[in-house]
Write a protein that binds this ligand. Structure first.
Ligand SMILES: Nc1nc2c(ncn2[C@@H]2O[C@H](COP(=O)(O)OP(=O)(O)O)[C@@H](O)[C@H]2O)c(=O)[nH]1
Ligand SMILES: [Mg+2]
Length: 197
């Protein structure tokens, strides 16, 4: 994908605030601080369209970014923020469930897992949820610049086995800092966009 244009379009909490039209959408999920906003910036080759390092657990909204006026990248609220109370967690579930369950334009979900850590209970729950649906998904082992190449590969294997990632699922080692995995992820995204046409 050649990025001619990328910008933040809409912040939404309710369904009636989602963008109109039928552009394909790619959603990014993962725990708070895992690097979703950084990934969107890296994919768009822009530094600041998605705000990085926002106070974890504070933003409970969906952010829609347009690319080339053709698709939307959707930044979902991060889960697993330790200090989030039960009420906040419920709100997270409502926002994300609403979106993930009803959105017909959704062609791909990208699950981000920090390559340095074992997947959390919430990561595993997200994974189970993904396996139960028909929506294609990809897994990214992110912040791989923090490990040596060998360690990153070993850790990726561990994550795949712990989460029981299904065999044909794309798994991409990604670093927003080192700009690694960007083309690979675009290839996966492009495939599912054209598959939806
Ligand atoms: N080393 C490294 N740090 C990253 C990477 N991606 C994000 N971060 C850092 O992780 C923190 C959270 O990133 P952010 O994109 O805001 O995560 P989000 O909460 O999932 O949107 C920030 O301090 C980022 O600078 C990466 O690829 N490598
Ligand atoms: Mg973010």
């Amino acid at each position: 994908m050649i990025i001619k244009k990328a910008e933040h379009e809409i912040t939404a909490v309710r369904r009636d605030q989602y963008p109109e039209g039928n552009r394909p959408e790619i959603a990014f999920v993962g725990r708070s601080n895992v690097g979703k906003s950084s990934m969107i910036n890296a994919l768009c080759n822009r530094k600041g369209i998605a705000r990085v390092g926002q106070t974890p657990g504070k933003t409970r909204v969906l952010n829609f970014y347009t690319v080339n006026d053709e698709i939307y990248l959707v930044d979902l609220p991060g889960y697993g923020y330790a200090k989030a109370g039960l009420e906040q967690k419920k709100i997270w579930n409502r926002f994300t469930d609403n979106y993930l369950n009803i959105r017909e334009q959704l062609v791909l979900i990208v699950l981000l897992i920090d390559i340095r850590h074992a997947p959390s209970v919430e990561d595993a729950k997200m994974m189970d949820w993904l396996k139960e649906r028909d929506i294609p998904y990809a897994v990214c082992g992110v912040k791989c610049d923090k490990l040596s190449n060998n360690k990153a590969i070993l850790s990726a294997r561990k994550i795949v086995s712990m989460l029981e990632v299904e065999p044909d699922t794309p798994f991409i080692l990604f670093s927003a800092t080192k700009k690694q995995g960007i083309e690979e992820l675009w290839e996966v995204i492009d495939f599912y966009i054209s598959d939806s046409e």
